[in-house]
Every structure is written in C-alpha cells, then in structure tokens.
Design a protein around this ligand. Structure first.
Ligand SMILES: Nc1nc2c(ncn2[C@@H]2O[C@H](COP(=O)(O)OP(=O)(O)OP(=O)(O)O)[C@@H](O)[C@H]2O)c(=O)[nH]1
Ligand SMILES: [Mg+2]
Length: 179
C-alpha cells in the first residue's frame, strides 16, 4: 500500500476506437465527472494521469498510476497513431453502440495495437453511448460474441453522459495491466 500521493505501479494505457466513439468524453468523465455535448476532434493524442486503487489477484490493495493516452480515432490520423502505442500495457477499445461504422472498425483497432506493439495486451471492449437507448443498434449479444471470438479481456457498456461503468472500466483496465 502506498502513502498519500504515491503509487505502487505506473502503467501506460491507451484509449482506442473510431473517431467520435467517445474516448475523450469517457476520459473527461473519469477525471472531472463532467460531460460535454460538444465534439472536439482529438488531434494526434491527449494525455492524462489518474491513480486508481485496485485489488490484486492475491487480495492486496495497490495504487496504480494510470498514464492514459487518448488517441485520435479519425482515419486521417492513422499515419501517426502507431507511434503513440509504445509501452502500453492495456487498452480500452470503444465503439459507439448507435453507429455501425464504429463497430465495423473494431478488428482494425485490435490489429493496429498488435502491429504497433508486436504483442497482444489486455483489451477491454466498451459499448459506449448506451444512454441513447432508442438509437442503439449493436446488441449486448453481438458484443459478447465479438469479445469471445477475439479473445478480448473484458466487456462493459458505458456512457460518458450518465457515467455508467466509467469508473469500472478504468478500474478493470488497471487491474489487467498488473497481470
Ligand atoms: N449521448 C452520448 N454522447 C456521447 C457519449 N460519449 C461521447 N459522446 C458524444 O460523442 C461525441 C464524440 O465524443 P468524443 O469523446 O470527442 O469522441 P472521440 O472518440 O474522442 O473522437 P476522436 O477524438 O475524433 O477520436 C461528442 O459530441 C460527445 O459529447 C455518451 O456516452 N453518450
Ligand atoms: Mg478524442
């Protein structure tokens, strides 16, 4: 257990997924507990730090300092994105459950992670924007099948608007980075 302000582990993680899927909104919700309707496209990447306390497999509580790299999802940043993955120990992979194009892109993101790092890291799939119940087109069943087929580490349904499962997503991610 660390003293105040300290940490036991430091881990770099990446936010990935299609442009507009909600990566920046999710990080902002996690950091500030606020949500903005405005879409400001991330250029290149954005960086944030937050510590999370997690319980390890053997029941010990540890503080993980997460270095969160929020990558630009728009296709026009494909050429530069690869360089931001280096050293990552885990990823939150988002799609927008109301937009099919963001779902179709998922394999591209898994592949890019593997190609950039030369190895598979823990990836948690997030179906984001689940507050938009009426517009949802990707079901839980579809997402769970995808997680299984692609050997991903976990799955959560999130909303940066309501805050649903946002803390849990980062908590789980921090936990997986220790394995
Ligand atoms: N209703 C709803 N809107 C959301 C949610 N998450 C994000 N949004 C909105 O979706 C838009 C895009 O969100 P961003 O977080 O900027 O998307 P991004 O994935 O960072 O996009 P890039 O930076 O281009 O890769 C914004 O208008 C957000 O307000 C959510 O959970 N629910
Ligand atoms: Mg962004």
């Amino acid at each position: 257990m660390s003293s105040s302000g300290g940490f036991d582990y430091m881990r770099k993680v990446v936010m990935i997924g299609a442009g507009g899927s909600g990566k920046t909104a999710l990080v902002n919700r996690f950091l500030t507990h606020k949500f903005s309707e405005e879409y400001i496209v991330t250029i290149g990447s954005q960086f944030a730090v937050k510590t999370v306390e997690v319980e390890t497999a053997n029941g010990r509580n540890v503080v993980v300092k997460l270095l969160v790299w929020d990558l630009a999802g728009q296709q026009r940043f494909d050429f530069i994105r690869g360089s931001y993955y280096r050293g990552s120990k885990g990823a939150l992979l988002l799609f927008d459950c109301t937009r099919k194009s963001t779902w179709i892109e998922l394999p591209k993101w898994i592949q890019e992670t593997e190609t950039s790092l030369g190895e598979r890291i823990p990836i948690i799939l997030l179906a984001n924007k689940v507050d938009l119940v009426e517009n949802r087109i990707i079901t839980t069943e579809m997402a769970l099948d995808f997680v299984k087929e692609n050997n991903l580490s976990g799955y959560l349904e999130t909303s940066a608007l309501s805050g649903q499962n946002v803390e849990q997503a980062f908590y789980l991610l921090a936990k997986y980075t220790l394995q």
